[in-house]
Design a protein around this ligand. Structure first.
Ligand code: NAD
Ligand code: MG
Length: 393
């Protein structure tokens, strides 16, 4: 029996995780569920999975959830605050932590779980983008098992040699082929991109996801963050990672070897596959995902990415090459710009403009520890907010 903490249980990844867990009551028990403030869904999840703890961040949501659970006779204890997120991630009873909070807010509890040597199912890519060296060092030091849940990285993990030790070229790998759907705006011209709306950006052709990652997919910042994520997970340099636009999202990524072999992982675009893989690794369990209907798919297309229309992708490679605090600055500026876009405060094409200006304004510092990351993150947020204020004037 594995005891799980699901960070971000009410989100897209969180609910898919619980869907898989519910299929295997003999294998997994939920120790804690956490969310920002979604009382109703959290209440139902608590009744179904009977966790020891539920954590909410919003104080009024905490009071409501406590009342409702008490009325329902539930034994789940409701905790609040950021410290509680860490507490339920490092508790001795916990075997594995699903890191599925969106954005920089996921960093602290995910890092705490790594330091505590928990098995980590990593969906929160922002943790690696912001603090890749700090996080990977914590994983190495504690001996945590780190399973990538992002579908592309899960595919790469599956296609790399078993027990891959972080030595890409010595393992016979020539390069990593990171696939991208291209998002809802794949075929839009720069002119057409000027007036796209948040709802259009969130209407992803293949995947149903939270709003932040949906906008990231539309700008291809998601792929940029994933390039940086792949760098840290697999010790791959920027030049070792080729983005391949593949609109069908059937091949989730590939690994090319020096002998010319290319290994790919295919499947329906459903996050329950990588989640089930991470939960059961090295075994395989039923995930609820049906067979891939190759006859219906019929064809697979591949196109080179367009760095002009999708500036965010170019900026991500630039930040990865600059190293140090540049990726945390990129990530923070992106989070602020995406929130402003979702709030109808700035245009879609202002997202890369804001990020580029913030990257140009802030120095690239060495990352020696978490404090360096958090400082770069807050500086970048401050500068990004200022720029957005000026854009609105
Ligand atoms: P989502 O918006 O659907 O869910 C986010 C979850 O985090 C919710 O439970 C929410 O309550 C919680 N949360 C939000 N802000 C918080 C805060 N400040 N403090 C604590 N909790 C907070 O997001 P999602 O689509 O499930 O994505 C989650 C993570 O997984 C992201 O990092 C995303 O990049 C990554 N990811 C998602 C997918 C996908 O298919 N959705 C695929 C790959 C990777
Ligand atoms: Mg992905």
């Amino acid at each position: 029996m594995q005891f799980l903490t699901v960070l971000g249980s009410t989100g897209s990844i969180g609910t898919s995780t619980l869907d898989v867990v519910a299929r295997h009551p003999d294998k997994y028990r939920v120790f804690a569920l956490t969310a920002y403030r979604q009382v109703e869904l959290m209440f139902r999840q608590c009744l179904q999975f009977q966790p020891r703890y539920a954590v909410l961040l919003d104080e009024s949501a905490v009071v409501q959830l406590r009342d409702r659970l008490r009325e329902a006779g539930s034994a789940t204890e409701v905790l609040s605050g950021v410290d509680a997120l860490e507490q339920v991630s490092i508790a001795p009873e916990v075997d594995a932590v699903m890191a599925a909070i969106v954005g920089a807010a996921g960093l602290r509890p995910t890092l705490a779980a790594a330091k505590a040597g928990k098995k980590i199912l990593l969906a929160n890519k922002e943790t690696l983008v912001m603090a890749g060296n700090v996080f990977m060092e914590a994983v190495r030091a504690s001996g945590s098992a780190l399973l990538p849940i992002d579908s592309e990285h899960n595919a790469i993990f599956q296609a790399l040699p078993h027990g891959y030790n972080g030595e890409l070229h010595r393992s016979g790998v020539r390069r990593i082929l990171l696939t991208a759907s291209g998002g809802p705006f794949r075929n839009k011209s720069l002119g057409e991109l000027e007036n796209v709306t948040p709802d259009e950006a969130c209407a992803h052709p293949n995947w149903v996801m939270g709003r932040k990652i949906s906008v990231d997919s539309a700008s291809m910042m998601n792929k940029g963050l994933e390039v940086i994520e792949a760098h840290w997970l697999f010790n791959a340099a920027a030049d070792d990672i080729q983005v391949v636009v593949h609109p069908q999202s059937v091949i989730h990524s590939m690994v090319e070897y020096v002998d010319g072999s290319v290994l790919a992982q295919l499947g329906n675009p459903d996050m329950r596959t990588p989640i089930a893989y991470g939960l059961a690794y090295p075994e395989r369990i039923e995930s609820g995902v049906g067979s891939l209907d190759l006859f219906k798919i019929a064809r697979l297309d591949f196109v080179a990415p367009d760095f002009e229309r999708f500036r965010c992708l170019a900026l991500s490679y630039q930040a990865l090459r600059a190293a140090g605090t540049a990726p945390s600055v990129l990530n923070a500026a992106n989070e602020v710009a995406v929130a402003a876009f979702l709030n109808n405060e700035i245009a879609f094409l202002a997202i890369p403009q804001v990020i580029e200006s913030v990257l140009n304004r802030l120095p690239v510092n060495v990352v020696n520890g978490l404090d360096d990351v958090l400082l770069a993150d807050s500086e970048a947020r401050r500068v990004a907010l200022q720029l957005i204020q000026n854009l609105r004037k």
